[in-house]
Design a protein around this ligand. Structure first.
Ligand SMILES: [Zn+2]
Length: 437
């Protein structure tokens, strides 16, 4: 064999090796059933977890409210989720909801009571500032302040164990790519509920289930920037769009539809048709994302929502639960038949339990100043109007929020994105082989 044949042969072998390594590396970066299994991993998909038929699993309904909790919306929560626990899921536990709470205008006494009642409290920033674009271009430090300081507020002033605050939703559903996911991942959050998913655009197709970020983002990026890196075991609960009541246009929030229902029947029909999309197809969680101001728009939205929830409660295969409950089910998919004994959804709830949480609602004005830690007065009725706060600005510029509460040390997990990718190694090896042979 002459010198040129040898060299040609060497290059050929190198190319084959490169091809093989590239194939291996691309396999390693694509999520599929072979390399991604529950409870630690789930690919973005519409098939039912656990291999069940849709009719064999509970239909979960995740009602979420965003923004401040105060006197503007307290009565709505009281009506929809009565504190005597009379609205129950088939397992005997009261129905629940997830509140993504921002700091400004929030009454933390109400947060304390809602949490005591079994509702999930999640993080939705300190300032919720405008413009929307700020949330896509803010620095990691700025975003860190918004996410971590608000979690501390909820823990300190709402008296919630910090490990119970597991979820984050960015204001205006505006993601910040890997900055956002790195902060959440490295600070022990369980899930993000920011990422909008605009498909399907009709009421007859199955809906995307929540998924983990063990593999790079592979579905449509509806609002830039989406994350590029991977975050093992960290969940994405997608904001799947609904179809408006005319079935013309999608809407991310119940209250953001361009075609708004014009009366109570149309509103109920709108909620019900979207629910049936999930119920009749793959029974993915039905996401009902809204702002309480929707109930201020007219006198029928609240009544329609009330009717809608009652219909759900009357069904024996529907569970109105929190976002974190849905993740607990996904980690351990269980058949409808066994749901009454499903341990992760057991509740220790008793009626009026939150009345044992002594705190005092703040004065009725729309602006709620920061609640100071000295709030130890006795509870004297839900509509107490004792004025006790200074009118200090809502946005603290001191370092109070950066103090980690006692006893909490978020553990740190290595981000797999920092590990060199196989494809890079394959490329390097090929170059070395080509020169060497
Ligand atoms: Zn918001």
């Amino acid at each position: 064999m002459d010198k040129f044949s040898k060299r040609y042969n060497g290059l050929f072998q190198g190319s084959i090796l490169c091809l093989l390594l590239t194939l291996v590396s691309s396999q390693a970066t694509q999520c599929d059933e072979r390399n991604c299994k529950l409870p630690s991993c789930r690919c973005p998909a519409v098939h039912v977890p656990g291999g069940f038929e849709p009719s064999d699993i509970p239909q979960m309904v995740l009602i979420t409210f965003d923004d401040a909790v105060n006197w503007e919306n307290w009565d709505y929560y009281m009506q929809l989720f009565p504190k005597d626990g009379s609205r129950k899921n088939p397992n005997g536990c009261p129905i629940s909801t997830t509140l993504f709470v921002s700091h400004n205008f929030t009454d933390y006494c109400m947060i304390q009571k809602l949490h005591a009642r079994g509702m999930e409290i999640a993080d939705h920033s300190i300032t919720h500032k405008l413009p929307r674009e700020w949330w896509s271009i803010s620095t990691k430090e700025e975003l860190e302040y918004e996410i971590l300081s608000q979690r501390e507020n909820l823990a300190d002033y709402g008296h919630i164990p910090i490990e119970d605050i597991r979820g984050w939703r960015s204001p205006f559903l505006q993601p910040n790519g890997d900055n956002q996911f790195e902060i959440l991942f490295h600070n022990n959050f369980t899930y993000d509920a920011t990422m909008t998913y605009p498909f399907p655009r009709n009421l007859y197709s199955p809906v995307l289930w929540p998924f983990t970020m063990n593999f790079p983002w592979s579905i449509a990026c509806n609002i830039d920037p989406c994350p590029q890196n991977t975050y093992p075991e960290f969940w994405v609960v997608p904001v799947v769009t609904m179809m408006d009541y005319r079935e013309h246009l999608p809407c991310s929030y119940v209250d953001f539809c361009t075609n708004k229902p014009r009366n109570q029947d149309e509103t109920l029909e709108f909620l019900w048709k979207n629910f049936m999309r999930n119920y009749r197809t793959n029974r993915a969680p039905y996401y009902v994302n809204l702002h309480s101001v929707w109930f201020d728009e007219n006198d029928y939205n609240l009544e329609a929502m009330d009717q809608f929830i009652q219909r759900l409660v009357d069904m024996d295969d529907v569970y109105v639960v929190t976002v974190y409950d849905a993740i607990k089910w996904m980690r351990n998919p269980t058949s409808l038949r066994n749901m009454k004994d499903f341990e992760p959804w057991k509740c220790t709830w008793t009626p009026e339990k939150e009345d044992r949480q002594f705190c005092e609602f703040t004065f009725r004005p729309r602006t709620t100043p920061r609640v100071r830690k000295t709030t130890t007065t006795t509870f004297s009725g839900e509509k107490t109007t004792t004025k006790k706060h200074s009118n200090s600005p809502n946005l603290p510029d001191d370092n109070e929020n950066s103090v980690t509460p006692d006893g909490f040390r978020p553990w740190f997990r290595r981000n797999s994105a920092t590990v060199p990718k196989l494809s890079v190694l394959a490329g390097l090896l090929t170059v070395i082989l080509a020169f060497w042979l």
